[in-house]
Design a protein around this ligand. Structure first.
Ligand SMILES: [Zn+2]
Length: 334
């Protein structure tokens, strides 16, 4: 037994150091981080709450969106994602010119968390990942159902950003710092993201890139790229992400260009205000989901296997971007 002790201790130490290495963001023997993969079950739990009837379609200014915000804040706390500002909430006010009461002042709040980078220099550069956690509230009544639950639009993108936050908060595999940004009032004209982009500009943030995850709840048909990037030709973002991922995850989608989706999603204010590569990534291609802004955009319509697969496939792409020694992603001259 005595003879065995040093051997056991040594084995224990090795085991600890392997764990420590992983905790420091270093790779395990097989090169993969020892942090667990993102699971369908975790995604399902968040989706079933955010898209539940209880939250009544998460309209900005409603009780339902307050509940959604508290849920996200608790998720951040539970996963050690710190507030970027004094609190998680980035408050803003605006008049909703689209509503029947255009002079009414509406209060909204984005939810912003930060995962600091592990490199003394690169941690001063920020990568912004986002989605909008608001939706339209009530929709056109169908079979007595009036609640537009907004599972795909955009609880799916919100959950993707939350899961990336959890992953990097645990793995610490990011040299650059990450902002997890969840917007309100997207449905009222990109109000939340517009406010945050202006604020970060005023505060002179050193932002590198921005990705907005929009409607990633259902898969595209297998003959197409898993996802597409809006404004594909405005930068080398997509091809660089695919290089990091070791295969095509985000592709070009002609309809995205035709409908000018680049300017219709929460990425656009960051492009406009900060002049950085800021794009939306989506798997909704107008042929694979019939319930856009519809009361049947429900949690049970989401494909959790696809969502987990997509989010896990994006991890090495994001890690490549977070850890490259230089800013390889850049806007193209118009
Ligand atoms: Zn949306």
């Amino acid at each position: 037994m005595k003879k065995l002790l040093p051997i056991l201790m040594f084995a224990l130490l090795i085991a600890c150091s392997v764990k420590q290495k992983a905790a420091n963001g270093e790779k395990g023997k097989d090169g993969t981080s020892s942090v667990p993969k993102i699971t369908q079950q975790d995604i399902k739990v968040s989706m079933e709450y955010l898209a539940s009837d209880e939250l009544e379609g998460r309209a900005t200014g409603s009780e339902g969106i307050e509940k959604a915000a508290v849920f996200i804040e608790n998720y951040f706390k539970a996963n050690n994602i710190k507030p970027y500002f004094e609190t998680y909430r980035d408050d803003f006010e605006f008049k909703n010119s689209r509503s029947s009461t255009p002079d009414e002042v509406i209060k909204g709040f984005n939810i912003i968390g930060v995962i600091e980078g592990n490199d003394p220099k690169l941690k001063n550069e920020f990568i912004i990942l986002g989605g909008h956690y608001d939706h339209i509230g009530f929709g056109k009544e169908v079979n007595g159902d009036k609640i537009a639950n907004g599972a795909n639009d955009d609880a799916s993108g919100t959950i993707a950003a939350m899961e990336f936050g959890k992953y990097f908060s645990k793995s610490k595999t990011n040299k650059r710092s990450i902002l997890i940004t969840l917007y309100s009032a997207e449905e009222m004209g990109l109000k939340g993201s517009g406010h945050l982009a202006e604020r970060l500009k005023k505060e002179d943030i050193n932002a590198y890139t921005m990705i907005n995850f929009e409607m990633i709840g259902v898969p595209r048909t297998s003959d197409k790229s898993m996802a597409y990037m809006s404004g594909y030709n405005r930068s080398n973002f997509a091809e660089t992400l695919n290089e990091y991922a070791g295969g095509e995850v985000v592709g070009f989608f002609p309809k995205a260009k035709e409908f000018n989706l680049f300017m219709r999603s929460d990425n656009f204010p960051f492009f406009k205000e900060l002049n950085i590569p800021a794009h939306a990534i989506s798997t909704f291609d107008f042929s694979n989901f019939d319930y856009y802004h519809h009361v049947d955009d429900e949690a049970d319509k989401m494909d959790y296997k696809h969502m987990a697969n997509f989010i896990n496939k994006m991890i090495p792409a994001l890690e490549g971007m977070m850890n490259a020694s230089t800013k390889e992603v850049a806007l193209k001259d118009e």
